[in-house]
Design a protein around this ligand. Structure first.
Ligand SMILES: [Zn+2]
Length: 99
């Protein structure tokens, strides 16, 4: 006898969200959890994190572009990398060392 219709339907489906990630975002769950994630920019060509923004690099005024200091790549669509907190700390350390 089913006492409650609680079975295994996740809350995010009941809430009408497309994915669990959407639901978490809407609920503001991200960031509260200890497993934070950080998004950093990387070179789409060589994967280096040594990318910097360059102004006026493209067409039109106020255009922004990206430049890789490692391989010399230039473009508008920079790559992204998701890091967890540990990896992000390591990334910051590496940045410090590079100075
Ligand atoms: Zn590169």
């Amino acid at each position: 006898m089913p006492k409650k219709l609680k079975l295994s339907t996740p809350e995010w489906i009941l809430g009408g969200y497309d994915s669990k990630a959407d639901w978490e975002k809407a609920k503001g769950i991200k960031g509260k959890k200890k497993g934070k994630s950080f998004s950093i920019k990387v070179c789409p060509k060589c994967g280096s994190k040594e990318v910097s923004i360059v102004l006026g690099g493209g067409e039109g005024k106020g255009s922004k572009g990206w430049e890789c200091k490692k391989c010399g790549w230039k473009g508008k669509e920079v790559g992204k990398l998701e890091l967890n907190e540990d990896e992000f700390m390591k990334y910051l350390d590496e940045k410090e060392e590079g100075k």
